[in-house]
Design a binder for this molecule. Structure first.
Ligand SMILES: [Zn+2]
Length: 306
Protein backbone atom coordinates (compact mmCIF):
# COMPACT_ATOMS: atom_id res chain seq x y z
CA UNK A 1 0.00 0.00 0.00
CA UNK A 2 2.95 2.30 0.58
CA UNK A 3 4.09 1.70 -2.97
CA UNK A 4 0.85 2.89 -4.44
CA UNK A 5 0.88 6.05 -2.49
CA UNK A 6 4.35 6.77 -3.81
CA UNK A 7 3.25 6.27 -7.39
CA UNK A 8 0.63 8.94 -6.93
CA UNK A 9 2.91 11.18 -4.95
CA UNK A 10 5.47 10.99 -7.74
CA UNK A 11 2.86 12.08 -10.15
CA UNK A 12 2.00 15.06 -8.02
CA UNK A 13 5.63 16.10 -7.94
CA UNK A 14 5.67 16.05 -11.73
CA UNK A 15 2.80 18.43 -12.12
CA UNK A 16 3.72 21.45 -10.01
CA UNK A 17 1.51 23.77 -8.08
CA UNK A 18 -0.75 26.09 -10.10
CA UNK A 19 -3.86 24.42 -11.38
CA UNK A 20 -7.17 24.89 -13.04
CA UNK A 21 -8.52 21.87 -11.28
CA UNK A 22 -7.29 19.58 -8.58
CA UNK A 23 -8.83 16.37 -7.37
CA UNK A 24 -7.69 15.21 -3.98
CA UNK A 25 -8.32 11.70 -2.86
CA UNK A 26 -7.86 10.76 0.71
CA UNK A 27 -7.80 7.24 1.96
CA UNK A 28 -7.26 5.68 5.36
CA UNK A 29 -3.87 4.23 4.32
CA UNK A 30 -0.48 5.28 5.72
CA UNK A 31 1.74 7.66 3.72
CA UNK A 32 5.04 6.62 2.07
CA UNK A 33 8.14 6.69 4.25
CA UNK A 34 11.23 6.31 2.03
CA UNK A 35 12.25 6.71 -1.61
CA UNK A 36 13.79 3.21 -1.54
CA UNK A 37 10.42 1.64 -2.27
CA UNK A 38 9.85 3.43 -5.61
CA UNK A 39 11.20 0.57 -7.73
CA UNK A 40 8.38 -1.81 -7.00
CA UNK A 41 5.51 -3.36 -8.96
CA UNK A 42 2.69 -0.87 -9.26
CA UNK A 43 5.07 2.08 -9.64
CA UNK A 44 4.90 2.33 -13.41
CA UNK A 45 4.79 5.38 -15.66
CA UNK A 46 2.28 5.69 -18.50
CA UNK A 47 3.45 6.92 -21.91
CA UNK A 48 1.84 10.12 -23.10
CA UNK A 49 0.43 9.83 -26.63
CA UNK A 50 -0.72 13.24 -27.79
CA UNK A 51 -2.60 15.04 -25.09
CA UNK A 52 -3.42 11.95 -23.08
CA UNK A 53 -1.89 13.13 -19.79
CA UNK A 54 -5.38 13.82 -18.39
CA UNK A 55 -6.19 10.14 -19.03
CA UNK A 56 -2.88 8.89 -17.66
CA UNK A 57 -3.16 10.77 -14.38
CA UNK A 58 -6.67 9.46 -13.78
CA UNK A 59 -5.57 5.90 -14.63
CA UNK A 60 -2.61 6.30 -12.28
CA UNK A 61 -4.97 7.31 -9.48
CA UNK A 62 -7.36 4.42 -10.11
CA UNK A 63 -4.50 1.94 -10.49
CA UNK A 64 -3.05 3.21 -7.20
CA UNK A 65 -6.26 2.60 -5.30
CA UNK A 66 -5.27 -0.66 -3.63
CA UNK A 67 -8.70 -2.07 -2.61
CA UNK A 68 -9.99 -1.35 -6.13
CA UNK A 69 -6.99 -3.03 -7.76
CA UNK A 70 -7.26 -6.06 -5.46
CA UNK A 71 -10.89 -6.50 -6.45
CA UNK A 72 -10.52 -5.84 -10.18
CA UNK A 73 -7.67 -8.27 -10.68
CA UNK A 74 -10.26 -11.02 -10.17
CA UNK A 75 -12.69 -9.53 -12.68
CA UNK A 76 -12.97 -9.34 -16.44
CA UNK A 77 -12.84 -5.58 -16.91
CA UNK A 78 -11.18 -2.94 -19.03
CA UNK A 79 -8.51 -2.21 -16.46
CA UNK A 80 -7.25 -5.70 -15.81
CA UNK A 81 -4.66 -5.93 -18.58
CA UNK A 82 -3.36 -2.45 -17.81
CA UNK A 83 -3.25 -3.23 -14.10
CA UNK A 84 -1.35 -6.45 -14.73
CA UNK A 85 1.16 -4.60 -16.88
CA UNK A 86 1.67 -1.94 -14.24
CA UNK A 87 1.86 -4.43 -11.40
CA UNK A 88 4.18 -7.04 -12.89
CA UNK A 89 7.05 -4.59 -12.49
CA UNK A 90 8.69 -5.58 -15.80
CA UNK A 91 9.25 -2.05 -17.00
CA UNK A 92 9.31 1.47 -15.64
CA UNK A 93 6.57 2.59 -18.05
CA UNK A 94 3.88 1.26 -20.37
CA UNK A 95 1.37 2.66 -22.89
CA UNK A 96 -2.33 2.61 -21.94
CA UNK A 97 -3.34 2.16 -25.60
CA UNK A 98 -6.11 -0.35 -24.97
CA UNK A 99 -7.66 1.77 -22.21
CA UNK A 100 -7.62 4.78 -24.52
CA UNK A 101 -9.09 2.88 -27.43
CA UNK A 102 -11.96 1.46 -25.34
CA UNK A 103 -12.59 4.88 -23.82
CA UNK A 104 -12.77 6.49 -27.26
CA UNK A 105 -15.22 3.88 -28.55
CA UNK A 106 -17.60 4.37 -25.60
CA UNK A 107 -17.40 8.13 -25.35
CA UNK A 108 -16.69 9.98 -28.62
CA UNK A 109 -15.69 13.24 -26.90
CA UNK A 110 -12.53 11.50 -25.69
CA UNK A 111 -11.76 10.29 -29.22
CA UNK A 112 -9.27 13.00 -30.11
CA UNK A 113 -5.95 14.38 -29.05
CA UNK A 114 -7.29 17.37 -27.14
CA UNK A 115 -6.89 17.94 -23.46
CA UNK A 116 -10.00 16.93 -21.53
CA UNK A 117 -11.22 17.52 -18.02
CA UNK A 118 -9.63 14.94 -15.71
CA UNK A 119 -12.43 15.19 -13.18
CA UNK A 120 -15.12 14.47 -15.82
CA UNK A 121 -13.09 11.52 -17.03
CA UNK A 122 -12.63 10.14 -13.51
CA UNK A 123 -16.38 10.26 -12.89
CA UNK A 124 -17.08 8.69 -16.28
CA UNK A 125 -14.64 5.86 -15.63
CA UNK A 126 -16.06 5.16 -12.18
CA UNK A 127 -19.63 5.15 -13.56
CA UNK A 128 -18.67 2.87 -16.43
CA UNK A 129 -16.84 0.50 -14.12
CA UNK A 130 -19.80 0.46 -11.71
CA UNK A 131 -22.24 -0.34 -14.55
CA UNK A 132 -19.98 -3.07 -15.96
CA UNK A 133 -19.56 -4.74 -12.57
CA UNK A 134 -23.33 -4.54 -11.99
CA UNK A 135 -23.94 -6.40 -15.25
CA UNK A 136 -21.46 -9.12 -14.25
CA UNK A 137 -23.07 -9.46 -10.82
CA UNK A 138 -26.60 -9.57 -12.27
CA UNK A 139 -25.51 -12.27 -14.69
CA UNK A 140 -23.96 -14.28 -11.83
CA UNK A 141 -27.09 -13.89 -9.69
CA UNK A 142 -29.36 -14.94 -12.54
CA UNK A 143 -27.34 -18.10 -13.06
CA UNK A 144 -27.30 -18.81 -9.34
CA UNK A 145 -31.04 -18.30 -8.93
CA UNK A 146 -32.31 -19.97 -12.08
CA UNK A 147 -35.88 -21.11 -11.42
CA UNK A 148 -36.10 -19.13 -8.19
CA UNK A 149 -39.14 -16.89 -7.73
CA UNK A 150 -37.18 -14.09 -6.06
CA UNK A 151 -34.67 -13.40 -8.84
CA UNK A 152 -35.93 -9.87 -9.38
CA UNK A 153 -35.72 -9.07 -5.68
CA UNK A 154 -32.19 -10.46 -5.45
CA UNK A 155 -31.13 -8.44 -8.45
CA UNK A 156 -32.37 -5.24 -6.89
CA UNK A 157 -30.67 -5.65 -3.54
CA UNK A 158 -27.33 -7.30 -4.29
CA UNK A 159 -26.35 -6.43 -7.84
CA UNK A 160 -26.62 -2.65 -7.50
CA UNK A 161 -23.81 -2.62 -4.98
CA UNK A 162 -20.29 -2.83 -6.44
CA UNK A 163 -16.72 -2.26 -5.29
CA UNK A 164 -16.99 1.24 -6.82
CA UNK A 165 -20.02 2.24 -4.72
CA UNK A 166 -18.54 0.43 -1.71
CA UNK A 167 -15.29 2.43 -1.86
CA UNK A 168 -16.22 5.79 -3.30
CA UNK A 169 -19.84 6.46 -2.39
CA UNK A 170 -20.71 8.62 0.60
CA UNK A 171 -23.90 10.27 1.74
CA UNK A 172 -24.79 13.87 2.54
CA UNK A 173 -27.61 14.87 4.86
CA UNK A 174 -29.64 18.03 4.29
CA UNK A 175 -31.80 19.70 6.93
CA UNK A 176 -34.05 22.47 5.62
CA UNK A 177 -35.98 25.00 7.68
CA UNK A 178 -38.80 27.19 6.30
CA UNK A 179 -38.10 30.73 7.56
CA UNK A 180 -41.84 31.50 7.49
CA UNK A 181 -43.36 28.61 9.49
CA UNK A 182 -40.24 26.89 10.94
CA UNK A 183 -41.19 23.60 9.27
CA UNK A 184 -38.18 21.27 9.14
CA UNK A 185 -37.51 18.65 6.49
CA UNK A 186 -34.68 16.12 6.09
CA UNK A 187 -33.25 14.51 2.98
CA UNK A 188 -30.20 12.49 2.01
CA UNK A 189 -28.14 12.33 -1.15
CA UNK A 190 -25.38 9.98 -2.28
CA UNK A 191 -22.17 11.46 -3.72
CA UNK A 192 -18.97 10.24 -5.33
CA UNK A 193 -17.09 13.55 -5.51
CA UNK A 194 -17.45 16.61 -3.31
CA UNK A 195 -16.95 19.70 -5.49
CA UNK A 196 -15.69 22.31 -3.09
CA UNK A 197 -16.02 26.08 -3.49
CA UNK A 198 -12.87 28.16 -2.95
CA UNK A 199 -12.98 31.33 -0.84
CA UNK A 200 -12.63 34.29 -3.23
CA UNK A 201 -11.63 37.11 -0.89
CA UNK A 202 -8.26 35.73 0.24
CA UNK A 203 -4.97 34.77 -1.45
CA UNK A 204 -4.33 31.63 0.55
CA UNK A 205 -6.58 29.14 2.33
CA UNK A 206 -6.62 25.50 3.40
CA UNK A 207 -8.63 22.55 2.17
CA UNK A 208 -10.43 22.72 5.53
CA UNK A 209 -11.54 26.29 4.65
CA UNK A 210 -13.03 24.96 1.38
CA UNK A 211 -14.81 22.18 3.29
CA UNK A 212 -16.12 24.68 5.86
CA UNK A 213 -17.49 26.81 3.01
CA UNK A 214 -19.15 23.74 1.47
CA UNK A 215 -20.78 22.73 4.76
CA UNK A 216 -21.64 26.22 6.02
CA UNK A 217 -25.28 27.09 6.67
CA UNK A 218 -26.89 28.77 3.66
CA UNK A 219 -30.12 30.71 3.17
CA UNK A 220 -31.91 30.21 -0.12
CA UNK A 221 -33.61 33.42 -1.25
CA UNK A 222 -35.06 34.89 -4.45
CA UNK A 223 -35.20 32.38 -7.30
CA UNK A 224 -33.60 29.70 -5.10
CA UNK A 225 -36.43 29.62 -2.53
CA UNK A 226 -37.72 26.13 -1.75
CA UNK A 227 -41.31 24.93 -1.76
CA UNK A 228 -42.53 24.46 1.83
CA UNK A 229 -44.96 21.56 2.18
CA UNK A 230 -46.76 23.29 5.08
CA UNK A 231 -47.03 26.80 3.59
CA UNK A 232 -47.67 25.41 0.10
CA UNK A 233 -45.52 28.23 -1.28
CA UNK A 234 -41.87 28.90 -2.10
CA UNK A 235 -40.24 30.37 0.99
CA UNK A 236 -36.85 31.53 2.11
CA UNK A 237 -35.17 28.41 3.44
CA UNK A 238 -32.22 27.71 5.70
CA UNK A 239 -30.18 24.69 4.54
CA UNK A 240 -27.79 22.80 6.81
CA UNK A 241 -25.55 20.27 5.07
CA UNK A 242 -23.60 17.59 6.94
CA UNK A 243 -21.75 14.40 6.13
CA UNK A 244 -23.96 11.45 6.95
CA UNK A 245 -21.71 8.68 5.69
CA UNK A 246 -18.08 9.37 4.77
CA UNK A 247 -16.86 7.09 1.95
CA UNK A 248 -13.90 4.79 2.42
CA UNK A 249 -12.08 6.74 -0.28
CA UNK A 250 -12.88 10.41 -0.47
CA UNK A 251 -12.66 12.34 -3.74
CA UNK A 252 -12.50 16.11 -3.48
CA UNK A 253 -12.59 18.50 -6.42
CA UNK A 254 -11.72 22.18 -6.20
CA UNK A 255 -14.00 24.42 -8.23
CA UNK A 256 -11.40 26.73 -9.72
CA UNK A 257 -13.56 28.08 -12.50
CA UNK A 258 -15.89 30.97 -11.69
CA UNK A 259 -18.98 32.02 -13.65
CA UNK A 260 -17.15 32.37 -16.96
CA UNK A 261 -14.39 30.39 -18.66
CA UNK A 262 -11.96 33.25 -18.11
CA UNK A 263 -12.67 33.57 -14.41
CA UNK A 264 -10.07 31.30 -12.84
CA UNK A 265 -9.74 31.35 -9.06
CA UNK A 266 -6.03 31.43 -8.27
CA UNK A 267 -6.41 31.17 -4.50
CA UNK A 268 -3.60 29.02 -3.14
CA UNK A 269 -5.25 26.03 -1.44
CA UNK A 270 -2.93 24.35 1.07
CA UNK A 271 -3.38 20.83 2.36
CA UNK A 272 -1.64 18.40 4.65
CA UNK A 273 -1.29 14.62 4.33
CA UNK A 274 -4.06 14.10 6.87
CA UNK A 275 -7.63 15.27 6.80
CA UNK A 276 -10.12 15.14 9.65
CA UNK A 277 -13.76 15.25 8.63
CA UNK A 278 -15.16 15.00 12.18
CA UNK A 279 -16.33 18.68 12.25
CA UNK A 280 -18.56 18.03 9.24
CA UNK A 281 -20.20 14.78 10.38
CA UNK A 282 -23.93 14.68 11.07
CA UNK A 283 -25.07 13.78 14.60
CA UNK A 284 -25.90 10.24 13.46
CA UNK A 285 -22.45 9.79 11.89
CA UNK A 286 -20.28 10.68 14.88
CA UNK A 287 -19.09 7.07 15.15
CA UNK A 288 -18.48 6.70 11.41
CA UNK A 289 -15.88 4.13 10.30
CA UNK A 290 -14.00 6.70 8.25
CA UNK A 291 -13.54 10.24 9.51
CA UNK A 292 -9.76 10.62 9.32
CA UNK A 293 -8.06 10.33 5.93
CA UNK A 294 -4.52 10.10 4.53
CA UNK A 295 -3.80 11.76 1.22
CA UNK A 296 -2.51 9.26 -1.36
CA UNK A 297 -3.16 10.83 -4.75
CA UNK A 298 -3.42 14.29 -6.22
CA UNK A 299 -4.31 15.27 -9.77
CA UNK A 300 -3.25 18.76 -10.81
CA UNK A 301 -4.35 19.99 -14.20
CA UNK A 302 -2.17 22.82 -15.43
CA UNK A 303 -3.93 24.20 -18.45
CA UNK A 304 -3.17 27.44 -20.24
CA UNK A 305 -6.03 29.93 -20.44
CA UNK A 306 -6.84 31.20 -23.93
ZN1 LIG B 1 -43.37 27.02 5.61
Amino acid sequence: RLVHEQASYKHFLFHGETSKMATFRWSPFPRPQTFAEWNRPGVCGLDNSGNSCYLNVVLQCLCSTVPLVEHLLNQDTLFVRLLEEMWLGRSSSCAPLEARSVLSSILPQFNNYCQQDAQELLLFLLNTLHDDLKKVQQHTLLRKNEGCASIKQNRNCAADFTIVSHLFEGQLSYKTLCMHCDHQAHSKQAFTVLSLPIPTDIIKCSIQDCLSLFFEQTILTGGEQMLCSVCGLRRETVVLTSLDKPPEILLLHLKRWGETKHNLLRTNVGFSMKLDLTPFLSSSAQNASYSSFHLYAVVVSKREIH
